[in-house]
Design a protein around this ligand. Structure first.
Ligand code: B16
Ligand code: MG
Length: 219
């Protein structure tokens, strides 16, 4: 029986996946790296430093960066990102999400956030959604980032629900792997071809609904 739905934040609750992309794109352009939206799929759900390593792997000459330089680049990306998310407002929640959360609540199904972002609370605050989730787990308390299941398992544990009774919703390849590794039902948002392992893929959050999630979880 479905007891909880655990949402990824960036790219599922609001379109901050686009803000992450734009901030990395600015750094990539500056370093003249051939960074594309397709390549950006690999960065979704992945920690800031790991994302930077992936971006720099696009360099044809194996440029060596000192720890200090890596830190500075990551810091600069984060400043750009923070500027972008400072504009987020309640109406920026993605379509279908408020209705889904309301429906889940009515059915007594718990809700949580499992985010790899250190900026998760700022985003949720700007959306004015702090009261909407029973549990919020962000990068601050997590040792292993997605695709490791830790953040999803921590959310389930804090909810007091068995992983098997949870559905996870993700827009990242690494995130879907994390949900599956946590032994939960994995719902992906995006292009089907990106998510061969998801239990179900929707093109958009607008298509999400509680009844179908219960059905997919049951199978
Ligand atoms: P930050 P999510 C993830 O959040 C993003 O998908 C990923 O693109 C980002 O690099 C990561 O958070 C770290 O974010 O730099 O803000 O700590 O999708 O797991 O909610
Ligand atoms: Mg995401």
């Amino acid at each position: 029986e479905l007891q909880a739905v655990i949402f990824d934040l960036d790219g599922v609750i609001t379109d901050t996946a686009e803000h992450h992309y734009l901030a990395w794109k600015a750094i990539g352009d500056e370093l003249k790296l051939p960074f594309t939206r397709e390549f950006n799929e690999k960065l979704k759900g992945v920690s800031r430093l790991e994302s930077l390593r992936l971006l720099l792997s696009l360099s044809p000459t194996e440029l060596q960066y000192s720890e200090q330089q890596l830190h500075e680049l990551a810091e600069r990306k984060n400043e750009l990102y923070k500027q972008l998310i400072s504009q987020i407002k309640p109406s920026d929640v993605l379509p279908g999400i408020p209705e889904l959360i309301a429906d889940l609540k009515q059915r007594g199904i718990k809700t949580a956030i499992a985010s790899a972002s250190k900026n998760a609370f700022a985003v949720i605050r700007n959306l004015q959604m702090e009261q909407q989730f029973d549990v919020i787990v962000d990068a601050a308390t997590i040792k292993n980032s997605k695709p490791d299941p830790e953040v999803f398992l921590a959310a389930a544990q804090q909810l007091g629900v068995e992983p098997k009774a949870c559905v996870g919703i993700e827009d990242a390849v690494a995130g879907v792997e994390a949900i599956i590794a946590a032994d939960m039902t994995a719902i992906a948002i995006g292009k089907q071809e990106h998510f061969p392992h998801a239990h179900h893929t929707y093109a958009s959050t607008a298509e999400l609904n509680a009844e179908q999630l219960i059905d997919i979880h049951r199978k």
